[in-house]
Design a protein around this ligand. Structure first.
Ligand code: CP
Ligand code: NVA
Length: 304
């Protein structure tokens, strides 16, 4: 089992893949976007998509991506699979491996994704857990570079919750070699183990509770929801309001700074309408790039 599993191209997290591999996936994504690649390399291949959290972008972009590459996708909702409850994750992995060619999974506990990958004989792709959101970061790096050029050596500021997307930004800072400043309340920092991993890789990570310090001359400013899916913290408005990305905060950034958000967004909470709908916002390019980046990930996982 171990030898066989080692050869499977799982896309689980950015810290588990090297820079060359991630750059290769982004190059493929770009080639697909500009129409330079054979468009149906996954003819006859089927992706199973397990969602036990809501989704719009991830679900549609994986399904459309598979269709555009010549394959198909099957949606398995929580009602149908009761992932990790009706049977063991390992048995789901074993059975799906007999039916389909790859599995995309969105769930709460990253241990379930790891178990799926351990027992599947086909690639497993992490479509978000409570801990990370690596597919989002592939689209985000692609989007940054389309607007601002090579991300290497640049400065990116995160404002708000030290959540799953923030943790994947920390992984990305190590893999793509940029400075990441994280402005979060002290009680909502990114998992210290993730920060320690990135710093051990030589990443330049700055943690602060001061959003102005984080955003100063930054090349991109990022926000995300203050309440992630499955979070029980409903009363965080006052805690996070100082981290709202508004016009005054964007003024502190580089004059060509872009605003990014993985969406869905909550206008007038984590970002003002003026910023997200304003000229510095690239959020819909970012959403579009989920499709192209996913195709890069699918092609890498399924055809190498
Ligand atoms: N950004 C993102 O993952 O969106 P969905 O939750 O709609 O898939
Ligand atoms: N942090 C958000 C991201 C949604 C794509 C959440 O987990 O709900």
């Amino acid at each position: 089992m171990a030898d066989e599993t080692d050869e499977i191209r799982h896309f689980l997290d950015l810290d588990l893949l090297d820079t060359d591999t991630l750059r290769g996936i982004l190059n493929t994504a770009h080639e697909y976007k500009i129409g330079n690649k054979d468009y149906r390399p996954l003819d006859g291949q089927i992706l199973a998509m397990i969602f036990d959290k809501p989704s719009m972008r991830t679900r549609v972009s994986f399904q459309v991506g598979m269709m555009q590459l010549g394959g198909e996708a099957i949606m398995l909702s929580d009602n149908e699979t009761q992932f990790g409850r009706r049977e063991s994750v390992a048995d789901t992995a074993r059975v799906l491996s007999r039916y389909v060619d790859a599995i995309m999974v969105r769930t709460d506990d990253p241990a379930k994704v790891q178990e799926l990958a351990e027992y599947a004989t086909i690639p497993v792709i992490n479509g978000l857990t409570d801990a990370t959101h690596p597919c989002q970061l592939m689209a985000d790096i692609m989007t940054f570079e389309e607007h601002r050029g090579d991300v290497t050596g640049r400065t990116i500021a995160w404002c708000g919750d030290g959540n799953n997307v923030a943790a994947s930004w920390v992984h990305a800072a190590a893999r793509f070699h940029f400075t990441l400043r994280l402005a979060t309340p002290d009680s909502r920092r990114v998992d210290p183990a993730v920060i320690a991993w990135a710093q051990a890789q030589g990443a330049d990570i700055v943690e602060t509770d001061d959003p102005v310090a984080a955003v100063k001359h930054a090349d991109a400013v990022i926000a995300d929801t203050w309440i992630s899916m499955g979070s029980e913290d409903a009363n965080v408005h006052n805690l996070f309001m100082p981290y709202q990305v508004n016009e005054a905060l964007m003024e502190e950034a580089h004059e060509e700074a872009i605003f990014m958000h993985c969406l869905p967004a909550h206008r007038e909470d984590e970002v003002t309408t003026g910023v997200i709908d304003g000229p510095q916002s690239v959020v819909f390019d970012e959403a579009e790039n989920r499709l192209h980046a996913q195709k890069g990930v699918l092609a890498w996982s399924l055809i190498g």
